[in-house]
Design a protein. Structure first.
Length: 146
């Protein structure tokens, strides 16, 4: 059974590994540690049998939330792990007084875009050449009125 919970310091290594297998330009372990230590950040993980299989990160500025990364390891994609992580971080954000949330997503990442649309995000713009390796535009998405 997969459980969803707040990330702890013990999870940083596992999250770092998920970053490396999920993104062409992953965050460093040090960056994850620094971000995790900030009072305005929220990190949640999905765990099964003691193994972290996915995570989501968000930081809060005033009443806005910015999703930094959502990643799920191969073998756990397409079964609702990412959706549950997103629903949980939205609920946590509401508790913190967040009124709207934003994120960027690769324009080619149809699965993620469809998930965000399902959760009530809408496409509001494009950041040209936002991503590297390969260079690609990002779709800017917002969810208003949490």
């Amino acid at each position: 059974m997969i459980i969803y919970r707040p990330m702890t310091k013990k999870d940083i290594q596992a999250v770092s590994v998920i970053e490396k297998i999920s993104f062409s330009v992953p965050w460093s372990k040090k960056s994850i540690e620094e971000f995790f230590g900030q009072s305005n950040s929220v990190f949640l993980v999905a765990e099964e049998f003691g193994k972290v299989v996915g995570y989501v990160g968000m930081y809060q500025v005033l009443n806005e939330g910015n999703i930094t990364n959502v990643a799920v390891i191969p073998g756990y994609k397409g079964i609702g792990v990412g959706e549950n992580l997103m629903r949980d971080v939205i609920n946590e954000a509401k508790k913190l007084g967040v009124k709207s949330m934003t994120l960027e997503v690769r324009e080619s990442n149809e699965a993620a875009i469809n998930l965000y649309l399902k959760l009530g995000f809408e496409s509001v713009g494009v950041r040209k050449k936002f991503y590297e390796k390969p260079v690609e535009d990002a779709i800017i998405m917002w969810k208003y009125d949490l």
